[in-house]
Design a protein around this ligand. Structure first.
Ligand code: BGC
Ligand code: ZN
Length: 365
């Protein structure tokens, strides 16, 4: 079968031929064989392709890329739990290391320095025709979400961020978030806005691009407010629009996180989701920010990766979103590319596409 592999030493991607895995490569009966239907690509794939991030599994000189998967189960091992042939599934990304968190099924919050992530670091990914995974690492998706299931992995990271915010706020006897800001209107910003709208918040989403802008239209279609920062800067908006109970940062530009500290309302939570490899520095109003954090009981929390329950939250939110705004999620799937053999087109669109929200490969029908 075919797979898209990145060769870090030689540089670039190639289509390779590998053996189709059998369900019993997982020999305790917990294997699940999945035929891949669609795989999304994102900034992480760009960095892997550019040789800036990720490594092949030990012993291989290539990494099969792709971590945003969606597929259909073809076979299951004799002991497989909660999943059957014909089920649609999304697979989680991170695999356990050695910390106590890994041991209890929370590799997404590992304290290890090495991350094992399918399609990213030390484990092959899903841009291939079939893969085998353990039952506990696949999450069943209802057939009604078939056309949008490829968005579940990016959604899972957002769901984790929001779930953490709610968990943290259990420190208060009551938390009624009314107003949220989302920074960035890419796939993550759009999905975060959706998740916060589903929780009843007034959401203000900020990004650089002026109208006409498809992403602004999409945000307005779900009752959010889009602000191009040239017209309404984010800085000062917390005072102008009223305090933010939650701010979700998804711009990829770290200095904004420090501006967000100052916009957060009392008892608010700032969720950071950008994986930033740069070297930006900023000088901050340290005493004021510190004072406001202390007097205002504020929290800043990071979110990366996700455990299976966050994928499940994603499934629930997608189902709610489809009922609330039918067809909205599918509008994020702007750039389909057919077939693994079109991988050059896929990666080119990822790097240079115009008006891109989500680029993804339709691997099979
Ligand atoms: C993936 C996460 C992963 C992170 C860091 C993101 O693109 O969606 O699952 O943990 O990259 O490697
Ligand atoms: Zn990703």
């Amino acid at each position: 079968m075919k797979a898209v592999a990145i060769f870090p030493a030689a540089g670039g991607a190639r289509l390779i031929e590998i053996a189709k895995p059998a369900v019993d490569v997982i020999d305790d009966g917990h294997g699940v064989l999945v035929r891949v239907l669609a795989v999304g690509v994102d900034g992480t794939d760009k960095e892997i392709l550019a040789g800036e991030y990720g490594s092949p599994p030990p012993g291989d000189d290539y990494l099969i890329t792709g971590h945003e998967s969606f597929g259909i189960v073809e076979a299951v091992g004799s002991a497989a739990f909660g999943v059957q042939p014909g089920d649609f599934v999304v697979a989680t990304v991170r695999r356990p290391g050695t910390s106590v968190y890994d041991a209890v099924g929370r590799a997404d919050v590992t304290t290890d320095d090495t991350y094992f992530e399918r399609g990213i670091n030390l484990r092959h990914g899903y841009l291939t025709e079939h893969y085998v995974e353990r039952d506990e690492n696949v999450v069943v998706v209802p057939a009604g979400l078939r056309s949008v299931g490829v968005l579940l992995e990016p959604a899972s990271v957002i769901e984790k961020g929001i779930a953490q915010a709610y968990e943290i706020q259990r420190r208060f006897p009551v938390w009624r978030p009314r107003r949220a800001a989302v920074l960035g209107a890419g796939t993550v910003g759009l999905l975060a806005t959706m998740a916060l709208r589903l929780r009843g918040m007034e959401v203000h989403t900020f990004a650089n691009t002026g109208r006409p802008y498809l992403n602004a239209d999409l945000l307005e279609a779900i009752g959010a407010h889009y602000h191009a920062v040239a017209e309404r800067p984010f800085v000062g908006s917390g005072t102008e629009l009223g305090p933010y109970d939650i701010i979700f940062e998804a711009t990829g530009y770290a200095p904004i996180a420090f501006e967000a500290l100052a916009e957060l309302g009392k008892n608010g939570v700032l969720v950071l989701s950008s994986v930033t490899g740069g070297k930006h520095t900023v000088s901050v109003d340290a005493d004021r920010l510190n004072l406001e954090f202390v007097l205002g009981n504020k929290v800043m929390v990071g979110t990366v990766n996700a455990s299976r329950e966050h994928f499940e939250f994603g499934v629930s939110d997608f189902a709610r979103a489809e009922l609330t705004w039918p067809g909205w999620l599918a509008r994020l799937l702007t750039h389909p590319v057919k077939g693994l053999e079109s991988y050059e087109d896929l990666l080119h669109t990822l790097n240079n596409g115009k008006g891109v929200i989500k680029v993804y490969c339709e691997v099979s029908a």
